[in-house]
Design a protein around this ligand. Structure first.
Ligand SMILES: Nc1ncnc2c1ncn2[C@@H]1O[C@H](COP(=O)(O)OP(=O)(O)OP(=O)(O)O)[C@@H](O)[C@H]1O
Length: 581
């Protein structure tokens, strides 16, 4: 139960206390009017049974006044219940969602390889919504369903233990039925959540990939995957309702049968003379009050089971180990050393094997090699997007594992080949490099990155909104904006994925000029696809199938007659190629 509550509250069971107390107060508030009604009935009954005494109108007035006052108390209890439970639920899910998003940011990128983005979106939105609903609706109902019968049972046993016994005899049977079928319910809930996530992921894939789907005329195949996932969701939903419905209805019937048994026993005892009419009436009144929440909670049981699985999914992500290390980079311009580094995205398939090299501060190092040789992987490891399996990476004289990832990234600017721009203004997209940058600083960076002119030419200038991913700008424009970002950040290490290869000559010249401004006086690690751009690099590292095979300056490597020399000559020949007509 402790575990269940822990899960259902998304790891903060204390947040349930306010709604629990409010629900108990509400429970008490519900019982009192029933007792007052019985007293009222008793007063009337006595005046009929003993006409010589007459009707005690004073008592009736007092009861009516108390009933009225109690209405106000009940209103206050309800208001408090609503206030506390909704506050708890919405606060929990709002802070929980943010905490989770923050936690995810601290996880190794390897985590994202294992999880579908659609699945994570669903986790943060839908699973948290489910937990929110349980806390605001199911938990108070559960508490009043438990508190009310316990309070009533205690009072009723004292009045007539025979009647109390038959009234509650079937409740444990209903609970037992749910307990026995718990595993089936857990599995059905799990299947349904998985099917829902799968459908959300397929839908996201379909919508994000719509351009490729259209371009390659794949609508039939992709649509089929989407259709199948919706089909699976339909099956899971039907199974969930069709199997869980009868179980819950069965438990409800068993529980409610106590009421019928009590009426039957009460009538029998009343006729036999061993039960007074007011006591029987009290049982009837309390019975309707008690079985109502008990029935509701059983109906909600399936939902709570479902929530427990949602909460478990949230907890699983919360428990994912974040990367260790809390130190900051101590050197202003640190060297970067790879010492026998071995790494694989999957531990058993190494992508880099025993790689060792030293990058001196304020030098330009180019990474060269065939596609898939591990160039991007080296840059990702320098940024500590992943942790390595063997060897050590040093930033200055500190092992990278001792440095907090977010502190390390304050010292690194990355210019990717495929630039991602946020759905915001151009100015704010540049400001990402330095959140407190002034407009003048942003414009200065844009000027050095050769993008000020084209931004100023736009109708709204720096306030021009950019479509998600930067869809409204050309490749070269996006590149220069991302270089302006990096210039504004002014980090000592620059990781650069050679970005000019796919640009037209005019854009290429502008981007090249922007890069020159960026790399001045910095430690630069550059992934080079075209060797002519790196002839002046201080050091060139050649990778082949995850191993460092050559290292040195352009001239040294050209004389070595190895992979670099071969690649160089191949590219020289390619320069002369042209499409024949
Ligand atoms: N996120 C990932 N998960 C699993 N494997 C990956 C991942 N990223 C890259 N790889 C694999 O690691 C190997 C090295 O990839 P990497 O991107 O470092 O090569 P690269 O030399 O930069 O290639 P390119 O020049 O084509 O960009 C490849 O076999 C690639 O398939």
């Amino acid at each position: 139960m402790k575990n269940y509550l822990y899960n259902i509250s998304g790891g903060s069971p204390r947040s349930l206390w306010p709604s629990a107390i409010a629900a108990i107060l509400d429970g008490i508030a519900k019982i009192i009017p029933a007792a007052l009604l019985v007293d009222l009935f008793n007063t009337i009954y006595v005046s009929f049974a003993h006409p010589e005494i007459g009707l005690n109108t004073n008592r009736m007035w007092v009861v009516c006044l108390i009933l009225f006052a109690w209405l106000l108390v009940e209103y206050a209890a309800y208001a408090s219940l609503y206030d506390k439970t909704y506050l708890a639920a919405y606060s929990l899910s709002a802070t929980g969602r943010l905490k989770l998003a923050e936690h995810i940011r601290h996880l190794s990128l390897g985590f994202f390889g294992k999880r579908d983005p659609g699945d994570l979106t669903n986790l943060i939105l839908s699973d948290y919504g489910q937990v929110e609903h349980t806390i605001s609706h199911n938990v108070p109902q559960l508490i009043s369903a438990v508190v009310l019968p316990i309070m009533a049972l205690t009072g009723l046993i004292w009045l007539d233990f025979r009647m109390a016994l038959v009234m509650f005899i079937a409740v444990p049977l209903g609970v037992l039925l749910l307990w026995l079928t718990d595993t089936i319910q857990a599995r059905l809930s799990e299947n349904h959540v998985q099917a829902k996530n799968e459908a959300a992921s397929r839908l996201q894939e379909y919508l994000t990939g719509i351009r490729e789907i259209k371009a390659h005329n794949m609508s039939g195949k992709r649509f089929e995957r989407l259709r199948l996932s919706f089909d699976r969701l339909k099956q899971a939903s039907i199974r969930l309702e069709a199997i869980m419905g009868p179980m819950i209805m069965g438990a409800m019937l068993l529980t409610r049968s106590g009421m019928t048994l009590m009426i039957w026993t009460g009538s029998y005892l009343l006729v036999g003379g061993s039960l007074s009419l007011p006591v029987f009436l009290l049982f009837l009144l309390v019975g309707t009050k008690i079985f109502e929440p008990l029935t509701i909670v059983l109906m909600n049981y399936g939902e709570m089971r479902y929530s427990a699985y949602s909460a478990q999914r949230i907890m699983d992500v919360q428990q994912e180990q974040t990367m260790e290390g809390s130190a900051d980079v101590t050197a202003a311009h640190p060297s970067i050393i790879f010492d026998q580094v071995t790494f694989g995205y999957e531990a058993q398939t190494p992508v880099l094997s025993g790689v060792s090299f030293t990058i001196k501060p304020k030098t330009i190092t180019a990474l060269v090699g065939a596609s898939g040789s591990g160039k991007s992987t080296v840059t990702r490891l320098i940024a500590r997007f992943w942790d390595i399996q063997a060897g050590t990476i040093y930033i200055g004289d500190q092992s990278i594992r001792t440095i907090a990832p977010e502190k390390l990234l304050q010292h690194i600017s990355i210019v990717f080949q495929d630039v991602y721009l946020f759905q915001d203004t151009i100015g704010n997209n540049i400001r990402i490099g330095k959140m407190d940058a002034t407009q003048a600083e942003i414009e200065a960076a844009a000027k050095r990155a050769c993008c000020h002119d084209f931004i100023s030419g736009l109708p709204q200038g720096y306030n021009t909104p950019v479509g998600e991913g930067g869809s409204t700008l050309s490749g070269g424009e996006k590149q220069r904006i991302s270089i302006a970002r990096a210039l504004l950040k002014n980090a000592s290490i620059i990781l650069l994925d050679e970005a000019t290869a796919s640009l037209d000559p005019e854009n290429e010249a502008a981007v090249q000029q922007a890069i020159n401004a960026l790399v001045a006086d910095k430690t630069v690690i550059l992934i080079a696809h075209r060797l002519k751009t790196i002839q002046n690099a201080d050091n060139i590292i050649v990778l082949d199938q995850g191993r460092l095979v050559e290292e040195g300056t352009h001239d040294k490597l050209l004389n070595g007659q190895g992979i670099y020399s071969r690649l160089w000559h191949l590219q020289q020949q390619a320069e002369g190629w042209q499409v024949k007509t």
